[in-house]
Write a protein that binds this ligand. Structure first.
Ligand SMILES: *Cc1c(COP(=O)(O)O)cnc(C)c1O
Length: 415
Protein backbone atom coordinates (compact mmCIF):
# COMPACT_ATOMS: atom_id res chain seq x y z
CA UNK A 1 0.00 0.00 0.00
CA UNK A 2 1.29 3.46 -0.85
CA UNK A 3 2.53 5.37 2.17
CA UNK A 4 -0.16 8.04 2.46
CA UNK A 5 -1.57 10.11 5.26
CA UNK A 6 -4.95 11.81 5.34
CA UNK A 7 -4.63 15.30 3.79
CA UNK A 8 -4.47 17.89 6.57
CA UNK A 9 -5.36 20.81 4.31
CA UNK A 10 -7.48 21.05 1.23
CA UNK A 11 -5.93 22.13 -2.04
CA UNK A 12 -7.24 24.30 -4.84
CA UNK A 13 -9.04 22.81 -7.81
CA UNK A 14 -6.28 24.11 -10.11
CA UNK A 15 -3.61 22.32 -8.16
CA UNK A 16 -5.59 19.06 -8.18
CA UNK A 17 -6.33 19.29 -11.89
CA UNK A 18 -2.65 19.85 -12.62
CA UNK A 19 -1.81 16.74 -10.63
CA UNK A 20 -4.50 14.73 -12.41
CA UNK A 21 -3.12 15.82 -15.78
CA UNK A 22 0.35 14.75 -14.76
CA UNK A 23 -0.81 11.38 -13.43
CA UNK A 24 -2.94 10.72 -16.51
CA UNK A 25 0.06 11.28 -18.79
CA UNK A 26 1.23 7.73 -18.14
CA UNK A 27 -2.20 6.06 -18.46
CA UNK A 28 -3.24 3.77 -21.27
CA UNK A 29 -4.57 5.87 -24.13
CA UNK A 30 -7.68 4.03 -25.29
CA UNK A 31 -8.09 6.22 -28.35
CA UNK A 32 -6.25 5.39 -31.54
CA UNK A 33 -6.81 1.63 -31.52
CA UNK A 34 -4.02 0.68 -29.13
CA UNK A 35 -6.20 -0.71 -26.33
CA UNK A 36 -8.21 -3.92 -26.42
CA UNK A 37 -11.10 -5.32 -24.34
CA UNK A 38 -11.20 -2.73 -21.55
CA UNK A 39 -12.64 0.07 -23.65
CA UNK A 40 -14.99 -0.29 -26.61
CA UNK A 41 -14.02 2.74 -28.66
CA UNK A 42 -16.89 3.76 -30.94
CA UNK A 43 -14.53 6.20 -32.72
CA UNK A 44 -17.53 8.57 -32.90
CA UNK A 45 -16.45 12.04 -31.75
CA UNK A 46 -20.04 13.32 -31.57
CA UNK A 47 -21.06 10.43 -29.32
CA UNK A 48 -18.05 11.00 -27.10
CA UNK A 49 -18.91 14.66 -26.65
CA UNK A 50 -22.57 13.84 -26.04
CA UNK A 51 -21.60 11.33 -23.34
CA UNK A 52 -19.36 13.83 -21.59
CA UNK A 53 -22.15 16.42 -21.50
CA UNK A 54 -24.83 13.97 -20.37
CA UNK A 55 -22.52 12.46 -17.76
CA UNK A 56 -21.84 15.88 -16.29
CA UNK A 57 -25.51 16.80 -16.28
CA UNK A 58 -26.48 13.76 -14.20
CA UNK A 59 -23.35 13.57 -12.08
CA UNK A 60 -25.04 14.32 -8.76
CA UNK A 61 -28.39 12.61 -9.16
CA UNK A 62 -29.43 9.50 -7.28
CA UNK A 63 -31.47 6.79 -8.95
CA UNK A 64 -32.25 5.08 -5.62
CA UNK A 65 -35.66 6.68 -5.48
CA UNK A 66 -36.75 7.05 -9.09
CA UNK A 67 -39.87 8.95 -8.11
CA UNK A 68 -37.68 11.86 -6.99
CA UNK A 69 -35.94 11.96 -10.37
CA UNK A 70 -38.58 11.75 -13.06
CA UNK A 71 -36.13 12.17 -15.92
CA UNK A 72 -33.96 9.28 -14.76
CA UNK A 73 -37.07 7.17 -14.24
CA UNK A 74 -38.18 7.84 -17.81
CA UNK A 75 -34.69 7.17 -19.19
CA UNK A 76 -34.23 3.93 -17.26
CA UNK A 77 -37.69 2.68 -18.19
CA UNK A 78 -36.92 3.44 -21.83
CA UNK A 79 -33.48 1.77 -21.78
CA UNK A 80 -35.08 -1.38 -20.35
CA UNK A 81 -37.84 -1.05 -22.96
CA UNK A 82 -35.25 -0.70 -25.78
CA UNK A 83 -33.51 -3.88 -24.54
CA UNK A 84 -36.78 -5.79 -24.10
CA UNK A 85 -37.69 -4.88 -27.69
CA UNK A 86 -34.25 -5.65 -29.16
CA UNK A 87 -33.94 -9.05 -27.45
CA UNK A 88 -37.59 -10.12 -27.33
CA UNK A 89 -37.52 -10.31 -23.53
CA UNK A 90 -40.43 -9.98 -21.10
CA UNK A 91 -39.00 -7.59 -18.51
CA UNK A 92 -35.80 -6.73 -16.69
CA UNK A 93 -33.58 -4.21 -14.91
CA UNK A 94 -30.60 -2.01 -15.54
CA UNK A 95 -27.56 -2.88 -13.44
CA UNK A 96 -24.06 -1.51 -12.99
CA UNK A 97 -22.37 -4.10 -15.19
CA UNK A 98 -22.14 -7.70 -16.30
CA UNK A 99 -21.05 -8.96 -12.92
CA UNK A 100 -24.09 -7.45 -11.20
CA UNK A 101 -26.44 -8.72 -13.94
CA UNK A 102 -25.06 -12.24 -13.49
CA UNK A 103 -25.22 -11.94 -9.71
CA UNK A 104 -28.90 -11.00 -9.97
CA UNK A 105 -29.69 -13.82 -12.40
CA UNK A 106 -28.07 -16.40 -10.09
CA UNK A 107 -29.82 -14.95 -7.03
CA UNK A 108 -33.16 -15.00 -8.85
CA UNK A 109 -32.60 -18.62 -9.92
CA UNK A 110 -31.57 -19.59 -6.39
CA UNK A 111 -34.74 -18.08 -4.90
CA UNK A 112 -36.92 -19.63 -7.60
CA UNK A 113 -35.19 -22.94 -6.78
CA UNK A 114 -36.07 -22.55 -3.12
CA UNK A 115 -39.72 -22.46 -4.13
CA UNK A 116 -39.16 -25.84 -5.78
CA UNK A 117 -37.66 -27.09 -2.50
CA UNK A 118 -33.98 -26.87 -3.51
CA UNK A 119 -31.84 -26.18 -0.44
CA UNK A 120 -28.39 -27.20 -1.76
CA UNK A 121 -28.38 -25.41 -5.11
CA UNK A 122 -25.88 -25.70 -7.96
CA UNK A 123 -25.42 -24.10 -11.36
CA UNK A 124 -23.86 -25.80 -14.38
CA UNK A 125 -21.41 -23.85 -16.55
CA UNK A 126 -18.74 -24.53 -19.13
CA UNK A 127 -15.17 -23.73 -17.98
CA UNK A 128 -15.18 -20.81 -20.43
CA UNK A 129 -18.03 -19.05 -18.56
CA UNK A 130 -17.05 -15.68 -17.09
CA UNK A 131 -15.61 -15.72 -13.54
CA UNK A 132 -18.59 -13.57 -12.50
CA UNK A 133 -20.55 -16.85 -12.18
CA UNK A 134 -17.96 -18.26 -9.75
CA UNK A 135 -18.07 -14.98 -7.84
CA UNK A 136 -21.88 -14.96 -7.67
CA UNK A 137 -21.86 -18.58 -6.45
CA UNK A 138 -19.27 -17.69 -3.84
CA UNK A 139 -21.42 -14.85 -2.51
CA UNK A 140 -24.75 -16.64 -2.72
CA UNK A 141 -23.97 -20.05 -1.29
CA UNK A 142 -24.44 -21.84 -4.61
CA UNK A 143 -22.16 -24.59 -5.92
CA UNK A 144 -20.71 -24.13 -9.38
CA UNK A 145 -20.27 -27.27 -11.48
CA UNK A 146 -17.92 -26.64 -14.43
CA UNK A 147 -17.51 -28.91 -17.43
CA UNK A 148 -14.63 -28.77 -19.96
CA UNK A 149 -15.22 -27.03 -23.31
CA UNK A 150 -15.32 -29.10 -26.50
CA UNK A 151 -12.45 -29.06 -29.01
CA UNK A 152 -14.23 -26.22 -30.85
CA UNK A 153 -14.16 -24.08 -27.69
CA UNK A 154 -17.91 -24.39 -27.06
CA UNK A 155 -19.80 -25.74 -24.06
CA UNK A 156 -20.59 -29.44 -24.29
CA UNK A 157 -24.33 -30.19 -23.83
CA UNK A 158 -23.59 -33.90 -23.36
CA UNK A 159 -21.27 -33.08 -20.44
CA UNK A 160 -23.98 -30.79 -19.03
CA UNK A 161 -26.54 -33.61 -19.28
CA UNK A 162 -24.34 -35.81 -17.10
CA UNK A 163 -24.01 -33.32 -14.24
CA UNK A 164 -27.39 -31.53 -14.16
CA UNK A 165 -29.25 -32.97 -11.17
CA UNK A 166 -32.30 -32.32 -9.01
CA UNK A 167 -30.47 -29.46 -7.25
CA UNK A 168 -29.54 -27.60 -10.43
CA UNK A 169 -31.16 -24.16 -10.34
CA UNK A 170 -29.56 -22.80 -13.54
CA UNK A 171 -27.56 -23.83 -16.59
CA UNK A 172 -25.46 -21.25 -18.41
CA UNK A 173 -24.61 -20.60 -22.07
CA UNK A 174 -22.28 -17.79 -23.21
CA UNK A 175 -22.89 -15.90 -26.45
CA UNK A 176 -20.01 -15.67 -26.94
CA UNK A 177 -17.59 -16.68 -24.20
CA UNK A 178 -14.82 -14.18 -23.57
CA UNK A 179 -11.73 -16.40 -24.01
CA UNK A 180 -12.47 -17.70 -27.54
CA UNK A 181 -15.33 -15.60 -28.94
CA UNK A 182 -17.41 -18.69 -29.77
CA UNK A 183 -21.15 -19.06 -29.14
CA UNK A 184 -22.26 -22.01 -27.00
CA UNK A 185 -24.99 -24.28 -28.46
CA UNK A 186 -27.93 -22.48 -26.84
CA UNK A 187 -30.78 -24.64 -28.27
CA UNK A 188 -29.28 -27.86 -26.86
CA UNK A 189 -28.42 -26.28 -23.49
CA UNK A 190 -31.78 -24.51 -23.07
CA UNK A 191 -33.57 -27.64 -24.29
CA UNK A 192 -31.80 -29.68 -21.61
CA UNK A 193 -32.77 -27.12 -18.96
CA UNK A 194 -36.43 -27.23 -20.00
CA UNK A 195 -36.44 -31.03 -20.11
CA UNK A 196 -34.99 -31.21 -16.57
CA UNK A 197 -37.31 -28.51 -15.23
CA UNK A 198 -34.62 -25.95 -14.51
CA UNK A 199 -33.69 -22.45 -15.73
CA UNK A 200 -31.26 -21.33 -18.45
CA UNK A 201 -29.26 -18.09 -18.47
CA UNK A 202 -27.69 -16.75 -21.65
CA UNK A 203 -24.64 -14.64 -20.85
CA UNK A 204 -24.67 -12.12 -23.67
CA UNK A 205 -22.74 -9.55 -21.63
CA UNK A 206 -20.23 -9.33 -24.41
CA UNK A 207 -22.18 -10.21 -27.54
CA UNK A 208 -25.68 -8.98 -26.74
CA UNK A 209 -25.38 -5.50 -28.15
CA UNK A 210 -23.49 -6.68 -31.24
CA UNK A 211 -25.21 -9.92 -32.29
CA UNK A 212 -28.47 -8.40 -33.64
CA UNK A 213 -26.45 -6.26 -36.07
CA UNK A 214 -24.01 -9.05 -36.88
CA UNK A 215 -27.00 -11.06 -38.01
CA UNK A 216 -28.30 -8.16 -40.11
CA UNK A 217 -24.90 -7.93 -41.82
CA UNK A 218 -25.56 -11.45 -43.07
CA UNK A 219 -22.99 -13.13 -40.84
CA UNK A 220 -23.89 -16.65 -39.73
CA UNK A 221 -25.30 -16.41 -36.19
CA UNK A 222 -26.65 -19.54 -34.51
CA UNK A 223 -29.92 -19.26 -32.56
CA UNK A 224 -29.06 -17.79 -29.19
CA UNK A 225 -31.65 -15.60 -27.40
CA UNK A 226 -35.21 -15.61 -26.08
CA UNK A 227 -36.35 -17.03 -29.43
CA UNK A 228 -34.92 -20.33 -28.16
CA UNK A 229 -37.42 -22.23 -25.99
CA UNK A 230 -36.06 -22.79 -22.47
CA UNK A 231 -33.98 -19.60 -22.25
CA UNK A 232 -35.27 -17.87 -19.12
CA UNK A 233 -32.82 -15.00 -18.48
CA UNK A 234 -30.08 -13.02 -20.21
CA UNK A 235 -27.38 -10.50 -19.37
CA UNK A 236 -26.15 -7.90 -21.90
CA UNK A 237 -23.71 -5.09 -21.11
CA UNK A 238 -24.45 -1.70 -22.62
CA UNK A 239 -20.98 -0.55 -21.57
CA UNK A 240 -19.39 -3.03 -23.99
CA UNK A 241 -20.72 -3.16 -27.58
CA UNK A 242 -23.52 -0.77 -26.57
CA UNK A 243 -20.75 1.90 -26.56
CA UNK A 244 -21.79 3.85 -23.47
CA UNK A 245 -19.36 4.61 -20.64
CA UNK A 246 -18.91 2.24 -17.73
CA UNK A 247 -21.64 1.25 -15.32
CA UNK A 248 -24.46 0.04 -17.58
CA UNK A 249 -25.84 -3.44 -18.24
CA UNK A 250 -29.24 -5.09 -18.43
CA UNK A 251 -30.50 -8.32 -16.91
CA UNK A 252 -33.61 -9.59 -18.68
CA UNK A 253 -36.21 -12.29 -18.04
CA UNK A 254 -38.69 -14.14 -20.17
CA UNK A 255 -41.44 -13.65 -17.60
CA UNK A 256 -42.38 -11.45 -14.70
CA UNK A 257 -43.00 -14.29 -12.23
CA UNK A 258 -39.34 -15.19 -12.34
CA UNK A 259 -38.23 -11.54 -12.23
CA UNK A 260 -40.24 -10.99 -9.02
CA UNK A 261 -37.55 -12.91 -7.13
CA UNK A 262 -35.08 -10.17 -7.92
CA UNK A 263 -37.08 -7.47 -6.15
CA UNK A 264 -36.28 -6.70 -2.52
CA UNK A 265 -38.87 -5.08 -0.25
CA UNK A 266 -38.37 -4.16 3.38
CA UNK A 267 -41.11 -2.66 5.52
CA UNK A 268 -39.65 -3.03 9.04
CA UNK A 269 -37.46 0.05 9.03
CA UNK A 270 -38.16 3.23 11.00
CA UNK A 271 -36.91 5.03 7.89
CA UNK A 272 -39.93 3.90 5.91
CA UNK A 273 -40.62 1.37 3.15
CA UNK A 274 -37.47 0.39 1.29
CA UNK A 275 -37.70 -1.31 -2.09
CA UNK A 276 -35.04 -2.01 -4.69
CA UNK A 277 -34.66 -4.33 -7.64
CA UNK A 278 -30.85 -4.55 -7.89
CA UNK A 279 -28.05 -5.05 -5.36
CA UNK A 280 -27.06 -1.39 -5.04
CA UNK A 281 -28.83 1.13 -2.83
CA UNK A 282 -27.81 4.60 -3.90
CA UNK A 283 -27.32 4.39 -7.65
CA UNK A 284 -25.52 6.87 -9.90
CA UNK A 285 -27.75 8.58 -12.46
CA UNK A 286 -25.01 9.14 -15.03
CA UNK A 287 -24.80 5.55 -16.36
CA UNK A 288 -28.57 5.51 -16.93
CA UNK A 289 -28.48 8.82 -18.77
CA UNK A 290 -25.38 7.75 -20.72
CA UNK A 291 -26.99 4.51 -21.89
CA UNK A 292 -30.17 6.29 -22.89
CA UNK A 293 -28.27 8.99 -24.80
CA UNK A 294 -26.04 6.46 -26.58
CA UNK A 295 -28.89 4.24 -27.77
CA UNK A 296 -30.90 7.31 -28.80
CA UNK A 297 -27.93 8.78 -30.68
CA UNK A 298 -26.91 5.62 -32.52
CA UNK A 299 -30.24 3.92 -33.21
CA UNK A 300 -30.39 0.68 -35.18
CA UNK A 301 -28.70 2.24 -38.23
CA UNK A 302 -25.85 3.62 -36.12
CA UNK A 303 -25.26 0.28 -34.42
CA UNK A 304 -25.34 -1.46 -37.79
CA UNK A 305 -22.71 0.95 -39.17
CA UNK A 306 -20.42 0.34 -36.22
CA UNK A 307 -20.96 -3.42 -36.45
CA UNK A 308 -19.86 -3.34 -40.07
CA UNK A 309 -16.61 -1.61 -39.11
CA UNK A 310 -16.06 -4.18 -36.36
CA UNK A 311 -16.76 -7.02 -38.78
CA UNK A 312 -14.38 -5.69 -41.44
CA UNK A 313 -11.60 -5.02 -38.94
CA UNK A 314 -12.07 -8.51 -37.44
CA UNK A 315 -11.68 -10.06 -40.88
CA UNK A 316 -8.54 -8.00 -41.47
CA UNK A 317 -6.96 -9.05 -38.17
CA UNK A 318 -7.86 -12.71 -38.75
CA UNK A 319 -6.40 -12.75 -42.27
CA UNK A 320 -3.27 -10.89 -41.18
CA UNK A 321 -2.63 -13.12 -38.18
CA UNK A 322 -3.44 -16.27 -40.16
CA UNK A 323 -0.74 -15.30 -42.69
CA UNK A 324 2.02 -15.17 -40.06
CA UNK A 325 4.06 -18.39 -39.93
CA UNK A 326 4.05 -19.78 -36.38
CA UNK A 327 0.69 -18.29 -35.36
CA UNK A 328 -2.87 -19.60 -35.56
CA UNK A 329 -6.27 -18.56 -34.27
CA UNK A 330 -7.07 -21.24 -31.71
CA UNK A 331 -10.86 -21.48 -32.15
CA UNK A 332 -12.91 -20.27 -35.10
CA UNK A 333 -14.70 -17.25 -33.58
CA UNK A 334 -18.39 -16.44 -34.14
CA UNK A 335 -17.93 -12.76 -33.39
CA UNK A 336 -15.31 -10.03 -33.09
CA UNK A 337 -12.91 -11.50 -30.55
CA UNK A 338 -10.61 -14.47 -30.52
CA UNK A 339 -7.48 -16.07 -29.15
CA UNK A 340 -4.38 -16.69 -31.23
CA UNK A 341 -1.51 -18.90 -30.19
CA UNK A 342 1.69 -20.55 -31.22
CA UNK A 343 1.88 -23.41 -33.76
CA UNK A 344 5.00 -25.08 -35.22
CA UNK A 345 6.69 -23.06 -37.97
CA UNK A 346 6.28 -24.37 -41.49
CA UNK A 347 9.76 -25.93 -41.33
CA UNK A 348 8.57 -28.04 -38.40
CA UNK A 349 10.47 -26.21 -35.66
CA UNK A 350 8.62 -25.24 -32.46
CA UNK A 351 6.44 -22.13 -32.72
CA UNK A 352 7.10 -18.83 -30.94
CA UNK A 353 6.86 -18.30 -27.20
CA UNK A 354 3.73 -16.15 -26.95
CA UNK A 355 4.86 -14.45 -23.76
CA UNK A 356 7.97 -13.22 -25.56
CA UNK A 357 5.86 -12.12 -28.53
CA UNK A 358 3.53 -10.23 -26.17
CA UNK A 359 6.51 -8.54 -24.50
CA UNK A 360 7.61 -7.21 -27.88
CA UNK A 361 4.05 -6.08 -28.67
CA UNK A 362 3.91 -4.29 -25.30
CA UNK A 363 7.16 -2.51 -26.17
CA UNK A 364 5.64 -1.48 -29.50
CA UNK A 365 2.73 0.13 -27.64
CA UNK A 366 0.00 -2.52 -28.09
CA UNK A 367 -1.89 -3.71 -25.03
CA UNK A 368 -2.94 -7.29 -25.61
CA UNK A 369 -4.38 -9.59 -22.95
CA UNK A 370 -2.47 -12.78 -22.18
CA UNK A 371 -4.51 -15.99 -21.84
CA UNK A 372 -3.65 -19.57 -20.98
CA UNK A 373 -3.50 -20.55 -24.64
CA UNK A 374 -2.16 -17.39 -26.26
CA UNK A 375 -3.11 -13.76 -26.77
CA UNK A 376 -6.59 -12.28 -26.88
CA UNK A 377 -7.86 -9.79 -29.40
CA UNK A 378 -11.13 -7.87 -28.98
CA UNK A 379 -12.09 -5.65 -31.90
CA UNK A 380 -13.86 -2.27 -31.63
CA UNK A 381 -14.81 0.11 -34.47
CA UNK A 382 -11.74 2.27 -33.83
CA UNK A 383 -9.43 -0.64 -34.64
CA UNK A 384 -10.11 -0.59 -38.37
CA UNK A 385 -7.37 1.99 -38.86
CA UNK A 386 -4.63 -0.07 -37.24
CA UNK A 387 -5.11 -3.54 -38.76
CA UNK A 388 -2.08 -3.36 -41.10
CA UNK A 389 0.22 -1.79 -38.56
CA UNK A 390 -0.80 -4.30 -35.93
CA UNK A 391 -0.22 -7.29 -38.19
CA UNK A 392 3.16 -5.91 -39.35
CA UNK A 393 4.25 -5.37 -35.76
CA UNK A 394 3.06 -8.85 -34.81
CA UNK A 395 5.02 -10.39 -37.69
CA UNK A 396 8.04 -8.41 -36.50
CA UNK A 397 7.53 -9.64 -32.93
CA UNK A 398 7.41 -13.27 -34.12
CA UNK A 399 10.48 -12.68 -36.32
CA UNK A 400 12.41 -11.16 -33.42
CA UNK A 401 11.66 -14.26 -31.45
CA UNK A 402 13.02 -16.37 -34.33
CA UNK A 403 16.22 -14.29 -34.46
CA UNK A 404 16.64 -14.64 -30.72
CA UNK A 405 16.74 -18.40 -31.26
CA UNK A 406 19.51 -18.17 -33.86
CA UNK A 407 17.93 -16.29 -36.72
CA UNK A 408 17.03 -19.41 -38.68
CA UNK A 409 13.66 -17.96 -39.69
CA UNK A 410 12.90 -15.16 -42.07
CA UNK A 411 9.45 -13.65 -41.90
CA UNK A 412 8.04 -11.40 -44.52
CA UNK A 413 5.52 -8.63 -44.07
CA UNK A 414 1.86 -9.48 -44.08
CA UNK A 415 -1.46 -8.22 -45.39
C1 LIG B 1 -17.46 -8.60 -19.38
C2 LIG B 1 -18.14 -9.89 -19.22
C3 LIG B 1 -18.85 -10.19 -18.06
C4 LIG B 1 -18.78 -9.34 -16.81
O1 LIG B 1 -19.09 -8.03 -17.04
P1 LIG B 1 -18.50 -6.79 -16.20
O2 LIG B 1 -19.19 -5.65 -16.84
O3 LIG B 1 -17.01 -6.79 -16.40
O4 LIG B 1 -18.85 -6.96 -14.77
C5 LIG B 1 -19.58 -11.36 -18.04
N1 LIG B 1 -19.59 -12.20 -19.09
C6 LIG B 1 -18.89 -11.97 -20.23
C7 LIG B 1 -18.95 -12.94 -21.36
C8 LIG B 1 -18.14 -10.80 -20.32
O5 LIG B 1 -17.43 -10.55 -21.43
Amino acid sequence: MADVTFPAHGRSADEILAEVAELRGGDLDWRGGRAFSLVYDSDDAELEELLETVGQTFLHENALNPFRYQTLLKMETEVIGFAVDLFGAGCGSMSSGGTESIFLAVQTARDAGRERGITDPNIVCCDTAHPAFAKACHYLGVRQIRTPHRDDGRADPAAFAEVVDANTILVVASTPCYPFGVIDPVPEIAGLAAERGTLCHVDACLGGWLLPWWERLGEPVPEWGFSVPGVTSMSADIHKYGYTYKGASVVLYRDRDLYQHQIFMYDSWPGGLYASSTSAGTRPGAPIAGAWATISHLGADGYLRLAERVRNATRGFMEGIGAIDGLAITHDPDLSLFEFGSVPFSDGSPGPDMDAVCDVMDDLGWNLDRQQGGLHLMVAPGHDKVVDQFCNDLAKAVAEHGEARGGEHVYGGVV
